[in-house]
Design a protein around this ligand. Structure first.
Ligand code: ARG
Ligand code: GLU
Length: 714
């Protein structure tokens, strides 16, 4: 068998055990690169069972769910499962005080009760093809107008691929633009909510347990795809019928044990496996520590208010979850890379690369990286820091004021268009209402103060907006006093005033807007963003992108007998590995699965994240586990060595027979550096055991009728 070494430096220095298989592989190339090894690891099916051009196969049962998750078909009536955190937006939209589906869960008793979701779509892959030759053929890296030529060729290919069909198509670069693949998709637009457990199950453990093992989150929700009478995509209509998929996953109740083969089939979003050591340095020493700090401050402020006021806890729950998710991953990533000596490994690898490259065109590449990263790091930090301060749950009212820009622009026009203005006002009022629903002024005041201070302290003076000069002059540099004044004077810190301002906005209000201190603060940052930061950051990013493309090519020549897997780019990929516990630190061994017992152990009515629903406790104490029982309890989650990342949420996890054994939803904290470097000892994806899902549907929710349409293998 061809020796598969991924370029990843880890594999050069650490011997990969048979259980761990790094990589996110391209479905149409499995036969060439992977299937033999997969079968040696226990897989019983063929490459065509996963991806086939002509026959129904697994790929026909996997979808992009919404914009950033994966989902899979589990019945021949279009029933689909994904994560609770992927369906969250839809569940939330249907929730109200009378019908609080987030808190209580939701179960359609039959198809007529399923809930329609505007703007929710699922995307099937109809086919993919390597089009590198057509896109790049005859173009040298220094050909004039190269990028335009590439774009023209891509446009033409896409047009051809979709001619006379309702399919859509796009082309994505792989290996940093050294290969191109065409994807033809079919998008269904009538996707209805079928069921979701209460958040106390679907989000059990909350941010406390997020990215952590051992885990007990029942992270799933159910939807159904509808089609027109010809089984084709259609906008919502009551005449639509359940979609008949070419293939759906059979579900196994047999469970898995240590060492069993597993495969994840889904849409990993983005990884950076082939970057140079300077990139890791930038991430771990310069950019992420600063972003972690500012988010720590934000979270501390929010938490302080959440702890004393349950209403604020609800208001800021989604915001805190959003801030916390990347924050926690970044922290884990730095630790993981450090433990792996990742920078050192990359540097050693680069030394041997350099030796090889010395007499080639690639001789200066690493030096080029060194010199560009000095400035690139500064600008990447400035760019992201400004986003943290202004946009990403930073200064809330200040950011909100920018929503009035369009209205202002409409009045600044020579000819005022009343229809446009009416529409803008209606949109704006909607936005304001939803903004203030989750707005707490005291939090925002503290956030605004702290982020303004941190920005000043942590970024070089050339990135400071003019507003700091004004604060120096008018408030002797006292940011507290400045913010205090801003919050008492600005329109935008008060809901009623702002709503009225929007409603009655007329030409004379343009001046009022310009004079508002929150709007002025926004404008000042916006100017720095648009003039000082973005143009240069974009230029540097383009240079880095170009270098990455060349460096990728060089590395593939350098290790010419290795098989490379491309960085994740939100295209359908296969990851495979084995069920395996791990040792997170000295003296600690983690098992590969958790059970209902652990949920009962964590139960604590005083801790919001650990409140176990009474019904679940009843079932536990009555030992009413039905056919989902294993060793006197119900299995809840398990870990395996599949290489996954964000976007893999909701992905099917299948066993050696291709039967669904769970739904992927997270990674374990010790291994989240796998986006940059995979460590087979520590990297684990976390899967929700399908037996817990069925137990919840059947016993907890009394929605067992849903099981009738599934194909359950006992
Ligand atoms: N860490 C998982 C992911 O990246 C789950 C995120 C949602 N859950 C949360 N507690 N924030 O998507
Ligand atoms: N929760 C992530 C998602 O939404 C998956 C976790 C990961 O990054 O692996 O895709």
């Amino acid at each position: 068998m061809k020796n598969i070494i991924s370029l990843l430096i880890v594999s050069v220095f650490i011997s990969i055990s048979a259980e761990a298989k790094e990589g996110m592989w391209i479905p149409i190339l499995l036969k060439k690169y992977n299937i033999e090894e997969m079968q040696q690891m226990g897989f019983k099916l063929t490459a065509e069972d996963i991806y086939s051009v002509n026959e129904a196969c697994m790929k026909d049962a996997v979808v992009i769910f919404g914009g950033g998750c994966t989902g899979e078909l589990i019945s021949d009536e279009g029933l689909l499962i994904t994560n609770h955190h992927c369906g969250f937006g839809a569940i939330q939209k249907h929730s109200s005080v009378e019908h609080d589906y987030l808190t209580n869960g939701f179960w359609a008793k039959d198809k007529s009760e399923e809930l329609i979701n505007e703007n929710l779509k699922v995307t099937f892959l109809k086919g993919m093809k390597d089009v590198t030759e057509t896109v790049l053929g005859g173009l040298e890296s220094d050909t004039e107008g190269r990028l335009d030529s590439i774009q023209n060729r891509i446009d033409k290919l896409v047009e051809e691929a979709t001619k006379d069909s309702h399919y859509s198509a796009h082309i994505k670069p792989f290996f940093h633009g050294n290969q191109y693949f065409l994807f033809v998709n079919e998008v269904y637009k009538d996707v209805r909510l079928v069921g979701a457990p209460p958040s106390a199950i679907g989000k059990f453990g909350g941010d406390t347990d997020n990215w952590m093992w051992p885990r007990h989150t029942g992270d799933f929700s159910l939807f159904r795809i509808y089609a027109n009478k010809d089984n084709e995509p259609a906008e919502y209509s009551k005449d639509n019928v359940p979609y008949k998929p070419l293939k759906h996953f059979p579900i196994s109740l047999k469970g898995v044990k240590e060492g069993d083969f597993t495969m994840v089939f889904g849409y990993p979003g983005s990884t950076e496996q082939y970057v140079p050591a300077v990139h890791l340095k930038m991430i771990t020493e310069q950019v992420n520590p600063a972003l972690i700090d500012i988010r720590t401050q934000k979270l501390n402020i929010i938490k302080k208010y959440q702890e004393t006021d349950p209403a604020v806890r609800i208001q800021y729950a989604t915001k805190a979850a959003r801030i916390s998710n990347s924050w926690k991953r970044w922290i884990g990533e730095i630790k993981g890379l450090d433990k792996l000596n990742a920078i050192d490994k990359k540097e050693k690898y680069e030394a041997s690369f350099q030796e090889w490259a010395n007499d080639k065109d690639y001789a200066n590449m690493l030096k080029d990286y060194q010199s560009i990263y000095k400035t690139y790091g500064e600008y990447k930090l400035a760019y992201n820091y400004l986003l943290e301060v202004v946009y990403r749950n930073g200064m809330e009212a200040v950011n909100l004021s920018s929503q009035f820009k369009k209205l202002k622009a409409a009045y600044d026009k020579d000819e005022i268009d009343i229809d446009e203005i009416t529409k803008l006002k209606t949109d704006l009022e909607k936005r304001l209402t939803s903004f203030y629903k989750d707005y707490y002024k005291e939090i925002d005041k503290e956030l605004t103060t702290i982020v303004l201070k941190m920005y000043k302290e942590n970024l070089d003076e050339r990135f400071h907006p003019d507003i700091y000069k004004y604060i120096d002059k008018k408030y002797k540099g006292n940011i507290n006093k400045y913010v205090e004044a801003l919050f008492s004077k600005s329109i935008f810190t008060n809901q009623e005033v702002t709503m009225a301002f929007a409603k009655n906005f007329s030409a004379k209000d343009v001046k009022k807007l310009d004079k508002d201190p929150a709007y002025q603060l926004f404008q000042s940052f916006y100017k720095t963003y648009g003039k000082t930061i973005v143009p240069k950051y974009k230029k540097l990013s383009a240079q880095v992108k170009d270098l990455n493309s060349q460096y990728m090519k060089a590395q593939m020549e350098f290790k010419s007998d290795a098989v490379f897997y491309p960085d994740a780019n939100f295209t359908l990929r296969v990851s495979y590995g084995k069920v395996a516990g791990y040792e997170p630190k000295d003296g600690v061994v983690f098992k590969n699965h958790t059970t209902l017992n652990g949920i009962i152990e964590k139960d604590n009515p005083d801790i919001y994240d650990y409140r176990v629903p009474a019904r679940l406790k009843e079932l536990y104490y009555a030992k009413d586990f039905g056919q989902y029982e294993s060793n006197g309890t119900v299995p809840v989650c398990f870990v395996a060595t599949n290489h996954t990342t964000g976007g893999n949420s909701g992905s099917p996890v299948v066993n050696a027979n291709g039967e669904l054994i769970g739904v992927n939803f997270d990674r374990a904290w010790e291994g989240v550096m796998s986006d940059l470097m995979f460590n087979p000892e520590q990297c684990r994806n976390i899967t929700l055991d399908i037996r817990y899902v069925l137990f919840l549907i059947d016993k907890f929710a009394d929605a067992g009728y849903l099981l009738d349409e599934m194909t359950i293998v006992k």
